[in-house]
Ligand binder design. Sequence first.
Ligand code: NAD
Length: 417
Amino acid sequence: MPALAGSSTPGGGEASEPFVDDSLPVATVGVVKETHPRERRVAVTPAVVPSLAKADLTVLVEAGAGAEAGFPDEAYRQKGATVVDRVEAFAADVLLRVRAAGAAPHASADLEALHHGQIVIGMLDPLFNPGACRDLAERKVTAFALELLPRITRAQAMDVLSSQATVAGYKAVLLAADALPKMFPLMTTAAGTMAPARVLVIGTGVAGLQAIATARRLGAVVEAYDVRPAAREEVESLGARFVELPLPSGDAQDADGYAKAQGEDFHRRQRELLGHVITANDVVITTALIPGRRAPLLITAGMVRGMAPGSVVVDLAAEHGGNCELSRPDDVAVEAGVRVFGPTDLPATVAHHASQMYAKNIVTFLLHLEEGGRLRLAPDDEISAKTLVCRGGEIVHPKVAEAIREQAGARSREGEG
Ligand code: NAD
């Protein structure tokens, strides 16, 4: 079991000078084909290879790594990358991944392929599935979880949550439009007038706002709700109606702009108030998340039964417990003629553009860390300090360490019970 740090910062936290770790070379960058079953994205696209080469980094791409996203090996070669086999790509100093550790459960072969001192950067699902980060620490890997990136202006170009949520919000609407037995726009024809579809978006962060914009472009009448009062202005600027619920909202947002976790009483009242709004809509798209927690339960099975047959729910929080009681990850539940989708792979279904944005994010992040072929960790650099999960066999991120302790505690309580 690796050590769990309480609050350590990279480089020890005392010195204000950047800490350049000579034991961690950053000369070769490996890009492998993703192992998660439905993953079609690739972490690095040909377009970003020259920016890595400019920093004297050699890019080793596993043959076929970008094929499913529409990036053939030849396109990588033309931009200066070397196409290699999987073993050679895995041997690189730095591995750039879309999904690794907790974000790619069951990929134990990937874990075994890692070597001591290797650097892994990608989405690791470190708070919801922290045990996999402990496995990385045990292999003495230095790992950075991009989900933990601070939402600050300086880090916007590295923000994978935003770029991938943009794709998910867009695709959720297309999924709903395809499944709904109605058209989205108002149609006035010789055969009669068809009313526009009514769409409700719950949770108006990056994915929710993109869902609103996409549903509006298709001609639907859109309303939206979020616990954060600041969301109203953004919702209205996209031409949707903001749903006001008589709930206390003063304490809804934390200093980072995220929604705060609320108690069960708040959620019960929220569900009661949302009931009639939900039944008035043909499509409900939910995106409500609280970082590191189970997604709030907003729609019960009874509320789904109150919707008109043929209606559609798309629950983008399904991977983290779901906003709808009936949603199951990557499955479709049918209740009283209403279909409830729980897709967890929507960005992967738009693999070309999703990879393009992801590659820009991850390469910007790597170039931020790299200095003269070494890993540079400045103790006062929020970007590296908040994303570094493990180093030297130790879990160094306090929130990840806490999540590991919480899960271990829950397991031992289950064992006793
Ligand atoms: P998220 O994916 O964590 O959550 C999605 C939405 O669900 C949020 O808007 C949240 O308020 C909402 N939500 C949570 N619980 C809810 C509930 N019970 N009922 C209704 N809605 C609920 O959000 P996100 O897209 O990652 O964005 C989080 C915040 O970060 C937002 O304030 C966003 O504007 C901000 N942000 C900042 C930057 C930046 O670079 N400055 C970039 C992206 C996002």
